[in-house]
Design a protein around this ligand. Sequence first.
Ligand SMILES: NC(=O)c1ccc[n+]([C@@H]2O[C@H](COP(=O)([O-])OP(=O)(O)OC[C@H]3O[C@@H](n4cnc5c(N)ncnc54)[C@H](O)[C@@H]3O)[C@@H](O)[C@H]2O)c1
Length: 270
Amino acid sequence: MSRPAGSVQYDNRGRVVLVTGGVHGIGRAICERWQQTGAAVVCMDVDDEAAATLPEGILFVRGDTAELSDCEHAVSFAVDRCGGLDVLINNAAIQPKASYVPQHQYSAELWARLVAVNLTGYAQMAGCALRVMLLQGSGVVCNIGSAQGHRTARQVAAYGPIKAANLLQARQWGVEYARQGIRCVSISPGAILTPMVRATLSEQGGAAALANRAPMGRIGDPDEIAAATLWMCSSAASYVTATDLLVDGGIDALAAFAEPWPMGGDVPEL
Ligand SMILES: NC(=O)c1ccc[n+]([C@@H]2O[C@H](COP(=O)([O-])OP(=O)(O)OC[C@H]3O[C@@H](n4cnc5c(N)ncnc54)[C@H](O)[C@@H]3O)[C@@H](O)[C@H]2O)c1
């Protein structure tokens, strides 16, 4: 399902955007949207096989955001091929099925990989991009966070707190670079139908249960997150920095009341 961004028109001609994790899911929708609005789009992803399915014209650079040398290479690639870097969208993150366990069941390896990709990866990419943006005196960094970074859920002992950290990273950078012409923001999706979510639907109680949790009664479309990046990273948001935008069908507002008593057993007497 593709949703146009209403009658809003964006003109990203002449702008260069680097999107991490842009081959699948939300990142893919971001790449496509930005290309449709005229930007030069560079997609960095570990999945070089599926990269062949990207629309023509989107530049692909293979890289793992957990590896600093790959981050440096991807930013240099964007600058060399496109002449600069106007927007970094930190989107690549993992939430493997095995991570749907409480804290005491985490292996050291699984914990370290989630931190490496979802937290260190964002920091490394931002560090490399910010060095370019500081020289330019302009730029936008947009972290894709999560509604689970605002409020927690069961079985997200690593993913949830790290997503909260992604929101705080954007606030930190936004404050730090506010007088250098650089804006840093985050976007927090609710449940969006992507390969990441499809892979864990059974852990989430199925598609209908997931859809029902949101006040809007449906799962979101990747394009609805892409549309939010267009606004957050445009001049229409020129006074917006160090803050987050929830794009979640209202689920954050519903908060703890969204689910029945979660842990089984008796509900305590009030
Ligand atoms: N789908 C949702 O419901 C949802 C909700 C909230 C937040 N998010 C966030 O949105 C972002 C995208 O999620 P998605 O659902 O599209 O995920 P996805 O798993 O469908 O796609 C992730 C993409 O990132 C790539 N990738 C994975 N590890 C990488 C690495 N180390 N380096 C480079 N690329 C890597 C994958 O190959 C893939 O193309 C993530 O930050 C995720 O936390 C998703």
